[in-house]
Design a protein around this ligand. Structure first.
Ligand code: FDA
Length: 305
């Protein structure tokens, strides 16, 4: 990454929120459910599958978990009413994982039951490494109770994920895994650091999961990785019925269109909510060019952005 882009990414917290808000428009549907469902509706009309995410994480009070449950419940009802597919993604720490695993389980379980009653699905996401064991514990219980109405996420960059994939496959019952590279900065003792090593681990885990009979949501915007994913899918009997590509709203839209035109299913992740700031900062850090615009935006009159 060029020096100036690195500097811009590091200085992002100094950029005024209105400037970041302006740049965030491509990554988040809006602050409310009423902003998110029309975006999802348009994507569905264009031939994409959609998952919705209420922004928020690291909740420290049970009341905040309750607020998230109330909003997700209303979202499920809105999607059903608008005849849109019910598919939601939620973060373990938003559901109380940092407070107690039991609280997290009961919070997510209630939402899975509600989503499943509308033929829907819940993706239980994965956060930074200290939360991985707790997340997989809660997921094991959710899976036992709800079968394939709920899925988890594995991060290819973590050394442990290959074994986690094998353990998940060895446990009887349907399995649905979103495979990602991993967005959190993790130490070299527990995680691959190099792009190539992460991609190799990603494809190894993909193969384990598909050969083991799982459904895999292969989440990535990396064109080379997409080629590798499609190659593996082609060589495993029936895997084309058990794999979709997932991409974030506003990222690599050209590639997204190409994959869909080639006939491979694509699901778009549509985030919304008032807690957009940390999410957008993470996205901008991944996109040095936009980070540079954000940084330069501090020195421009805002209407120019
Ligand atoms: P990579 O980072 O190599 O990017 C490939 C290409 O896409 C590059 O050219 C890059 O510039 C471009 N690109 C990537 N992100 C961009 C952005 N924001 N803006 C513009 N260009 C961008 N992680 C996690 O730890 N837990 C989770 O639960 C999830 N969930 C999740 C769901 C979905 C649907 C997606 C797509 C991703 C996640 N992630 C995640 C994030 C994931 O771990 C990873 O950090 C990102 O997908 C970026 O990695 P890529 O595979 O896209 O490759």
């Amino acid at each position: 990454m060029p020096f100036f882009d690195k500097l811009a990414a590091a200085c992002l917290p100094l950029v005024p929120r209105p400037v970041v808000r302006k740049l965030s428009q491509r990554y988040i549907a809006g602050e409310n459910r009423a902003d998110a469902t029309p975006v999802g509706g348009r994507l569905e009309k264009a031939g994409y599958r959609v998952t919705y995410d209420l922004l928020g994480e690291a909740v420290e009070q049970a009341a905040d978990v309750e607020d998230a449950i109330v909003e997700y419940s209303a979202l499920i009802e809105a999607l059903e009413k608008e005849a849109l597919e019910v598919n939601i993604s939620l973060k373990p720490t938003q559901m109380g994982l940092l407070l107690a695993e039991e609280l997290c389980f009961s919070s997510v379980s209630g939402l899975v039951k509600k989503a499943n009653s509308s033929d829907g699905f819940v993706r239980f996401e994965m956060e930074d490494s200290p939360t991985v064991t707790g997340t997989l514990n809660v997921f094991a219980n959710l899976r036992k109770k709800h079968g394939n109405g709920v899925g988890c996420v594995l991060q290819a960059m973590l050394f442990r994920s290959e074994q986690d994939a094998k353990d998940l496959i060895a446990t009887p019952g349907p399995l649905n895994v979103r495979l990602v590279k991993g967005i959190y900065v993790e130490p070299a003792e527990i995680a691959f650091q190099k792009h190539q090593e992460i991609n190799q681990a990603y494809l190894r885990i993909l193969k384990i999961l598909l050969e083991g009979g799982a459904f895999v949501a292969a989440a990535t915007h990396d064109e080379n990785l997409v080629i590798g994913i499609q190659e593996i899918v082609r060589h495993i009997l029936g895997a084309d019925e058990r794999c979709e590509i997932q991409m974030l709203l506003g990222v690599q839209e050209g590639l997204r269109q190409k994959i869909r035109h080639d006939g491979f299913p694509v699901r778009v992740y549509v985030p919304y909510g008032s807690q957009w700031y940390p999410y957008v900062i993470r996205r901008l850090r991944k996109n040095p060019k936009l980070a540079r615009y954000a940084f330069l935006g501090m020195f421009q009159r805002q209407e120019k952005l």
